[in-house]
Design a protein around this ligand. Sequence first.
Ligand code: B12
Ligand code: SF4
Length: 455
Amino acid sequence: MPPSMKPSVLLVNPWIYDFAAYDYWMKPLGLMYMASYLRENGLDVRLIDCLDSFAPRTTRPAVEPPRPPRRKAGGHGRFLRQRIAAPPQLGAIARPYHRYGIDPDSFTAMVRAAGKPRAILVTSMMTYWHPGVTATIGMLKEILPESPVILGGIYATLCPEHAGAHAGADYVLTGAGEGHLDFILQTIMGLAPSWRPDTDNLDALPYPAWDLVPHADQLPILTSRGCPYRCPYCAARMLNETFRRREPRRVADEIAHWRGRMGIRNFSFYDDALLARPEEMAIPLLQDIIGRNLDADFHCPNGLHLREITPEIARLLFRARFRTLRFGLETTDGERQRALGGKVENIHFEQATAYLREVGYKPDDIAVYLLCGLPGQSAWEIGESIRYVRAHGARPILAEYSPIPGTALWDAARQASPYPLSEEPLFQNNSLLPCAHPTLTAREYRELKRRSRGL
Ligand code: B12
Ligand code: SF4
């Protein structure tokens, strides 16, 4: 069949609406897996990436001549953005609110150029980014009223009722997209599936369709689905029930593929637990990456497990050019560490830092996430954690707690919060510190942030 005769499908990575957003190696990985499955079924797949930082600006060309995107070496940088009014629910918060991503005129032009797709698949990330999803779907519906819109992804999975009531999609599908392919093809598009993903074997899945992304200065890699841990504040278990892995050699093959085919030199790992049981994945994968001499850098923006760092793993990470290391420590308070599931203790942090320093990492390279604003967590506890991390030669990064429906900490979060968290996901926004202890005022938090930067 010539390409134009194939039934077409449009995939959309929606805008982010928020007070703040920064492109820390962000790419719509789940959506691009879906794209590859649809392609395997012979469809003509198109993508609109609203978060493409390289897109030209068209809204005010006279005022804003095209500027180069503000990117940092290594594949991160600022999003394009436009100031917009905050949703009325957030009206009391005196902070600028933005639409992050391409401007609406560019979006409209791209949707018009997409022809008449048989279906439109929209992904979603943070629960509190739903206004961006709703706005995206609203414009799609205006321009292409006849194409059914299917919403999936993390917001759809964690808040299906809210999404069903507010997002404006014709279908809201929860959980892994692999399981919905038949429904999308047969029931929604009226097509007979010719290929089905083998959900028991991650190595049998095609690579994400990254060639569709208009610009890429980095690409994400996923070596697994799910997490063996069960931390009470985290949604991992609801997004993937079990922990499953690929073959390390196949992961290295994929990295080599994108290095050769698209010239990508920066890769970010999106795994929940990349270092867990290191003999299964981290050790063979790092050895393989080193052996292939790929001339590429690697980044781990999602928290790594400190307890898995041994002298050998530290050395392999350094030799394999893992440049961005971020670890989940969450707090240095022993009692809270146990209450949070006991995935790490201070001794693991101290050992890991020593091993990483020994092989050549500098204090600034060893970044440690500290959770802030957990129910019942005082400002003093956060201050102590910052002091401790800095004193041991690592860099604390404050990560504001985002309460997530369905997690074990959810009831405590609701009780601690002055906001109606269950009614409105906007209040799950980490920037609001929605469950902060009375001692953690906005002013105190600013001060802690300053201290975390060593100021
Ligand atoms: C990698 C990651 C990041 C990356 C960026 C990810 C990205 N895509 O750009 C980084 C490290 C930057 C990040 C940052 C943060 N993150 Co994060 N992140 C993740 C993580 C670990 C993986 C997401 C992912 O890509 N998974 C892999 C793909 C394959 O899965 P997927 O997108 O879900 O897609 C599948 C399905 O959803 C579905 N699907 C997807 N789209 C579609 C579309 C259709 C139509 C259909 C049918 C199906 C479908 O099919 C796909 C394949 O099975 C998740 C946890 C998790 N395990 O998912 C947390 C998670 C999303 N993050 C979370 C949080 C809290 C944050 C932070 C706020 C942390 C902080 N306090 O600082 C920040 C905020 C970011 C910001 N810019 O403001 C929370 C969500 C909170 C919320 N309220 O929604 C999660 C769930 C982790 C948690 N704590 O439980 N994150
Ligand atoms: S916080 Fe990390 S270790 Fe804990 S369950 Fe979530 S992904 Fe797993």
